[in-house]
Design a protein around this ligand. Structure first.
Ligand SMILES: [Mg+2]
Length: 231
């Protein structure tokens, strides 16, 4: 963990009055999304086309790669049409697999109790957000939940951040943003969010990732150190 001393708080909470949090891979286990898109959808396509699982997966992953970093990549409508699969029904049917990341719910309880403004900022499609919001009970913690689909640009893109800023009206110098995606962290830092933190273990079934160039934590619960009520 270069640069971070585990015994010291990762950030100075006195300087943060607004907290913007990503959803998938930051507070909810990305294992659900990886299962859904990388296991379940290829299996459904293999069955539909009478192909082997491997062939269906390779073809699908090539389609995913062509859309990475764009809103389409996150868009249920786009993939429902492109794959001719009822992804909404599939997602609802597998929603029992949606899980909190370790320590995330406890952190949100502490954060909500500290008097800071708390907003969820996700690239997830509005309908996916609705399902997860309900399953995890996210409305208990967040003032509001924003999907980048509302703005027409994914969080990876420079155009997203000024739009979010005028929509929410926050002070970037007193804002913490946490996400598990390197391009998203970079875009937030470039916009001027003062406290940008990366999550290195977004999927509990996968080994941790490296997020070079940013302050990082293994899991979001590590940020709870030093968190006290706001003055
Ligand atoms: Mg994420």
């Amino acid at each position: 963990m270069p640069g971070n001393l585990q015994t010291d708080p990762v950030l100075n909470w006195d300087k943060c009055d607004t907290v913007l949090l990503d959803m998938d891979g930051t507070i909810l286990d990305l294992s659900f999304d990886n299962y859904f898109w990388r296991e379940l959808v290829p299996r459904c396509l293999a069955r539909r086309h009478g192909h082997g699982h491997e062939r269906a997966r390779d073809e699908l992953f090539a389609l995913y790669a062509g859309k990475q970093g764009t809103l389409d990549w996150y868009c249920l409508d786009y993939w429902t049409e492109a794959l001719e699969l009822d992804l909404r029904a599939l997602k609802a049917a597998s929603s029992q697999r949606i899980r909190w990341l370790p320590g995330a719910r406890e952190f949100l309880h502490a954060l909500a109790g500290s008097g800071r403004r708390l907003v969820l900022v996700t690239n997830a499609h509005g309908e996916t957000l609705q399902i997860k919001r309900g399953v995890a009970g996210l409305d208990r913690f967040f003032e509001r939940c924003v999907s980048s689909h509302e703005f027409g640009h994914a969080k990876e893109h420079a155009e997203f951040w000024p739009q979010l800023h005028s929509h929410l009206d926050f002070d970037p110098a007193a804002t913490l943003f946490v996400d598990d995606s390197l391009p998203v962290l970079a875009a937030a830092a470039t916009f001027g969010i003062a406290h940008v933190v990366g999550v290195r273990r977004p999927d509990t079934r996968q080994p941790p990732a490296a997020l070079d160039g940013h302050t990082t934590v293994h899991g979001i619960g590590e940020l709870q150190a030093g968190l006290a009520a706001k003055d």
